[in-house]
Design a protein around this ligand. Structure first.
Ligand code: SAH
Length: 350
């Protein structure tokens, strides 16, 4: 039986150093290969020009580099770029570059599909196929960083885990990817510029707090009333708001970081005064910020953006209660690249 080749990017630098030492070479060779893989982004062993031909052949015989392939890219008329990213096993995820005057943000995926069943989200219609590996997450960021440099003459400034999947259901790999993104041997970005968005998995929020992570947390709340939340985010029956709140209290006590809530106001669902009162009540235990996200229709007609009057009611009530509120306009809607629209619909190639 032929041994399966190993994914070389699952190896730490130490492990690579050991590998070379155990094979009669110098440990330093491990550093060189590691640099090719993570700093220079080599896709092939033959790209590693300061490594001898024999060593490259030996690597080729033992390992594979499972690099992602960005082979389908769409550009929105607002400058947003959506990438269809093919993984080594042929599965596809999406990632998005969102430029503004002052920032370039990468929105990356953490899973192929999603196991949650938020009724308003297009990704929820795709079955969860598998978790992404740390390097598959990291590669998305590198690809978008390159696009940012190419199209906007500047490096990526921010990263949000708001693409496909629930990052806290792939926590170990998300953490490893963020380690790489923030390390000097990777992209050297500040964790303060990274936000992990979750639908709210209490146990994992507590774990993040205990791990003393340095990146930011955003919670997709959408309602602070259990019945309403369960009707639009059915997993809420398993993780009710009281548990979520307790976990967030723990997060705040450990990190002292402001908590961001993402919230869409829909007509006839959560557009009444009682809804915003419940939201105020839910978030008053810690400094909070509410991002009111514009709804991006996913062609089912059930959900509709609330009226401007309802949005103003939210803004006024939140401000009166000293809760920061921002209204987030959608980006990349014309190419299905906005929040909740990622569902592998890739029409126009640019
Ligand atoms: N699973 C994670 C991250 C992916 S979703 C989470 O739930 O946070 C990223 C954000 O887009 C979440 O706040 C989600 O609630 C929101 N979203 C999903 N579908 C949407 C839609 N159709 N319109 C606007 N926002 C949506």
């Amino acid at each position: 039986m032929v041994d399966k080749k190993k994914d070389i990017r699952a190896f730490t630098k130490e492990q690579l150093r050991d590998f070379f030492m155990n094979n009669g070479d110098k440990a330093f060779r491990g550093n060189q290969v590691y640099e090719w893989l993570w700093v220079k982004g080599a896709h092939n062993f033959d790209d590693m020009t300061n490594i001898s031909k024999d060593t490259r052949a030996m690597l080729e015989a033992n390992f594979v580099i499972n690099h992602i392939r960005v082979d389908h890219m769409q550009r929105s008329n607002d400058g947003t770029i959506k990438n269809a990213v093919t993984l080594h096993d042929g599965l596809v995820v999406e990632s998005v570059l969102i430029p503004t005057d002052t920032r370039t943000t990468a929105c990356v995926s953490s899973q192929v599909g999603c196991s949650l069943d938020c009724k308003f989200c297009a990704t929820a219609r795709l079955k969860r196929m598998r978790n992404l590996n740390p390097d598959e997450i990291y590669d998305q960021v590198v690809a978008i960083n390159n696009q940012s440099k190419h199209y906007h003459n500047r490096k990526l400034t921010n990263i949000v885990f708001m693409g496909m999947g629930e990052p806290l259901m792939n926590y170990p790999n998300v953490l490893k990817a963020i380690d790489k993104i923030t390390s000097d041997e990777g992209l050297g970005m500040s964790p303060k510029r990274i936000t992990v968005s979750t639908s709210g998995v209490p146990k994992m929020i507590k774990k993040m707090a205990d791990d003393e992570v340095k990146f930011n947390l955003a919670v997709s709340l959408h309602s602070a009333i259990d019945d309403v939340r369960t009707s639009i985010m059915p997993f809420n029956s398993k993780f009710p708001l009281a548990d979520l709140r307790e976990a967030l209290q723990h997060w705040y006590s450990k990190t002292k970081k402001i908590i961001t809530y993402e919230y869409v106001v829909w007509a006839g669902i959560n557009d009444q005064q009682k809804d915003v009162d419940a939201l105020v009540n839910f978030c008053k235990f810690a400094p909070s910020k509410v991002n009111l996200i514009e709804y991006n229709p996913i062609d089912d007609g059930i959900f509709q953006q609330a009226t401007e009057k309802a949005i103003n009611m939210y803004v006024n009530t939140l401000e009166k209660n000293n809760i920061t509120v921002t209204i987030r306009r959608s980006r990349g809607k014309d190419i299905d690249a906005a929040c909740g629209q990622l569902a592998n619909k890739n029409d126009a190639v640019v």
